[in-house]
Design a protein around this ligand. Structure first.
Ligand SMILES: NC(=O)NCCC(=O)O
Ligand SMILES: [Zn+2]
Length: 561
């Protein structure tokens, strides 16, 4: 099977089933597989096993030869994001509908305030956009795009009252969302106090700005300049800095879109050193590479522009998949943030103006199945872990989400591991007019998708309604993230050395000594010499006896001393 694998059916033919049996399939969780039936009532899994007692009139989904897995959780999307002068074209309706078509039953999006804007207001704006439109469940991360005591206060309101347990800080996007190291430290400290998970977009925004200017001045205006302006080491440096700063204040850290080998190596090395850090590769970097930035067709190249960029090293997807398979990286998202050709063309003469973002929400499950399971790197249990369970654990919604077990939400994908399809913008359900995985043949198709107990994909037919999904609050102090923080703090607490006080002579500070006092005098003297020609403390009735004609360090022949 390939091509147009999901058809739309009219809303009036859609119905909610409150009793459903998935029969004859192989249930896959992150830690075990078993041949079992799954019985669902009112959106919740009620029984898992064989020879179940099922009430008459229950709708049956035949799953023989299929894998019955927790629906996917996409940890990173930006539906209808206002960004770089425009809005992402996939909104909360088309984006979540496409997610379901591909077997993802929950997304996690980002409420991103403008610099100086209230975080709580941004949160409510995103809720107002998403609630009436979402076809599947969703949660929100909130961006900390500036710092002040008010931001710290609002973070508390968001975690305690509004269902937020993760905050994203940007180390890129200088002059808009970027935080400096001091503000990063403050936000990490605050996350820790509130039991929230700190997330970072790890790229050095200052270096990017500088390099972009240089490339543009050399006449490099096309999409290849995007990658050249932010090469691997720019991502690796920021990843390392974020890990160090978070670890210094004992705050757990989640690095979103780990795009390069060197950034992934840092996450993996820090984990080995005992840091509490998680790494999230996305479908784009697992499924394709940055060679496209050098494509002859401008539109093709621009369609791949995202930050951090895809990497030209063709070995990157394999490498990241290996780390995902062996546990060095943990959860997967897509950074789905889509722009049409005409939107990308805002940067036709300047790569820094191409709206950043690619697709992925629909194809993540198939791409990871193909590159991860079909390639023999991971088994179906690990596939479930990296596409669903680990996200549920990290964001504290497990086992409500991410597991097939009694009491869990009935968010399930009935996966046909043998069917194939060819990914194409012509047949995908996203609003965007380009697909970065165009032409890729993938095994693994969602024959049925069940969301809150409703069959939303049935033998190729997509049955959704806007507003079907719900906001899922994510509680703070997640045991999976914060479980060892207290013990770790206690074990690593600095110890004072008990000793007799020093009782010898202590040197007297004077104005000739090096250090802050001397520096202060030098700076003031400099101002007096070159700005006003006035003397130190001009306004005070009695001047100190500092000889400005012979400054400390002596005179120089240049214009500064
Ligand atoms: N990643 C990207 O290119 N676009 C969305 C904004 C962001 O996450 O940086
Ligand atoms: Zn993002």
């Amino acid at each position: 099977m390939n091509g147009n694998y999901v058809k739309k059916i009219p809303i009036h033919l859609q119905s909610a089933q409150n009793r459903l049996l998935i029969k004859g399939g192989r249930v896959v969780n992150d830690d075990m597989m078993q041949d079992a039936d799954v019985y669902i009532e009112d959106g919740v899994i009620k029984q898992v096993g064989q020879n179940l007692h099922i009430p008459g009139g229950t709708k049956v989904v035949e799953a023989k030869g299929r894998l019955v897995m927790p629906g996917g959780i996409d940890t990173h999307t930006h539906m209808q994001l206002p960004f770089m002068g425009t809005f992402a074209v996939d909104d909360f309706y088309t984006g979540t509908r496409a997610a379901l078509a591909g077997g993802t039953t929950m997304i996690m999006d980002f409420a991103l305030p403008q610099r100086g804007e209230s975080l709580v207001e941004a949160y409510h704006r995103w809720r107002a956009w998403a609630d009436p439109k979402v076809c599947c469940d969703y949660a929100l991360h909130v961006g900390v795009t500036w710092w002040s005591p008010k931001v710290a206060e609002e973070m508390q309101e968001l975690t305690e009252d509004l269902g937020i347990n993760s905050f994203k800080m940007f180390m890129a996007y200088k002059d808009t969302w970027q935080l400096g190291d001091g503000d990063l430290l403050e936000s990490f400290k605050r996350c820790k106090e509130l039991g929230a998970l700190a997330q970072v977009h790890a790229e050095n925004g200052d270096a990017i700005k500088e390099k972009s200017k240089k490339l543009l001045s050399m006449g490099i205006t096309g999409p290849e300049g995007h990658e050249m302006s932010r090469p691997e080491e720019v991502e690796a440096e920021a990843t390392n800095r974020a890990c160090v700063l978070a670890n210094q204040v004992g705050c757990p850290l989640y690095v979103v879109h780990v795009m390069s080998k060197s950034a992934a190596d840092i996450v993996s090395a820090k984990r080995k050193q005992g840091h509490i850090v998680f790494g999230e590769p996305i479908a784009a970097c697992l499924g394709t590479s940055g060679k496209h930035y050098w494509h002859q067709c401008w539109r093709h190249a621009a369609a791949h522009v995202m930050g951090p960029p895809l990497r030209p090293d063709p070995d990157t997807p394999r490498y990241l998949m290996d780390l995902l398979a062996n546990g060095d990286l943990q959860a997967t998202g897509t950074d789905n943030c889509t722009f049409t050709a005409s939107q990308k063309a805002l940067g036709k003469d300047d790569f820094t103006k191409i709206p950043n973002g690619v697709n992925g929400v629909e194809d993540r499950m198939s791409v990871i199945w193909e590159k991860g399971v079909v390639s023999g790197k991971m088994d179906p249990c690990r596939f479930v872990a990296v596409t669903s369970t680990n996200a549920a654990k990290i964001f504290n919604i497990y086992p409500k989400k991410g597991r097939i077990a009694v009491g869990s939400d009935a968010d399930i994908v009935v996966w046909n591991p043998n069917a194939t399809r060819i990914i194409s913008a012509k047949t995908h359900h996203q609003a965007v007019d380009f697909n970065i995985f165009e032409g890729m043949e993938v095994h693994g198709i969602a024959d049925y998708v069940i969301c809150h107990g409703r069959v939303v994909v049935e033998e190729g037919e997509l049955r959704v309604q806007s507003g079907m999904g719900k906001f899922v609050p994510t509680p703070a102090f997640c045991p999976h993230v914060y479980g060892r923080v207290q013990d770790r703090d206690r074990a690593n607490a600095p110890q004072k050395v008990e000793r007799a006080p020093y009782d010898g002579p202590v040197a007297q500070l004077n104005s000739q000594s090096h250090g802050p006092v001397a520096e202060h005098i030098t700076a003031v003297q400099q101002e007096n010499f070159y700005t006003r020609g006035a003397q130190l403390n001009d306004k005070s009735p009695k001047r100190p006896s500092v000889k400005v004609n012979n400054p400390p360090g002596g005179k120089t022949s240049g214009s500064f001393w």
